[in-house]
Design a binder for this molecule. Structure first.
Ligand code: IPE
Length: 256
């Protein structure tokens, strides 16, 4: 089984509220189907989650009444996006099942606390692809908070030991300097001890840590012996190549 994170930055336009990139989503689902691999998928939120979550500071928990309506709106929007992902997967010939994290996981201080992934394993066993997503969850300390798709990936990967973990984003990978610098070069392989010397920037407000958060997740997983690769899903064919184990443009993470 291969674990895939479909980043919100690739399946949505992160700068425009509630805007899916349907053509990209459909193509990526087609690539997954064409690879013939058994997969579990976690998708991000993009403009279906981050904009309202940031506006109402949902990641830091319950502080005022206005947030309650915002929690409901983010939860509703995420289910809408999830339904579009499910439809695209089914149209591509994959049998997915939605596992809404708010119904089976809880947070404590923003970290996943209850993390029984048996339900994910059981669906995989019978040939169904579980689909989870970054979501707003109950939090035992904060009332509620945001659980990123990357946090779900981390828990699932450590318990399910996938063949590899593929992070699909809208960048080619990690660059050796500010990507706006014309001299920036792609880092094909990155070690944990190299990251401290580097700086990364993000244009869009991201309540769950952006590229830094993703890097941390990838290093954490590689420390557990898992193979991780970050690829650009905006470029046709890269996800399929990564799934099939072919040479592909991206950044692989390995232990320092
Ligand atoms: C965020 O999930 C979830 C919400 C804001 C509800 P992610 O952090 O995994 O989303 P992306 O991939 O960055 O958009």
């Amino acid at each position: 089984m291969i674990l895939i994170k479909l980043g919100g930055s690739v399946i949505t336009d992160k700068t425009r509220y509630h805007t899916v990139r349907m053509d990209v989503l459909e193509r990526l689902c087609g690539e997954i189907a064409a690879s013939g691999k058994k997969v579990a998928i976690v998708h991000g939120a993009g403009s279906f989650g981050h904009i309202i979550a940031h506006k109402y500071d949902l990641v830091n928990g319950l502080k005022n009444d206005a947030q309650i309506t915002a929690v409901a709106a983010v939860s509703r929007d995420m289910r809408e996006l999830n339904l579009m992902v499910l439809n695209s997967l089914i149209d591509a010939g994959i049998a997915p099942i939605s596992i809404p994290p708010s119904a089976c996981f809880r947070l404590k201080g923003g970290r996943l606390d209850i993390s029984d992934v048996e339900i994910v394993r059981r669906y995989l066993d019978i040939g169904i692809s579980p689909v989870l997503f970054g979501d707003v969850l109950l939090d035992d300390e904060l009332g509620f908070s945001i659980c990123s798709g990357d946090q779900l990936i981390a828990v699932m990967a450590k318990k399910l030991f996938p063949e590899k973990v593929i992070f699909v984003s809208d960048i080619d990978g990690i660059m050796d300097r500010d990507p706006a610098d014309p001299a920036a070069m792609l880092i094909k392989e990155l070690r944990q001890d190299e990251i401290k010397q580097r700086t990364f920037t993000s244009k869009v407000k991201d309540v769950t840590g952006g590229i830094w958060g993703k890097m941390e997740t990838m290093f954490d997983l590689s420390a557990h012996g898992l193979e991780c690769i970050l690829i650009n899903g905006m470029v046709p064919g890269r996800l399929q190549s990564a799934l099939e184990g072919k040479e592909v443009v991206g950044t692989r993470i390995r232990k320092g």
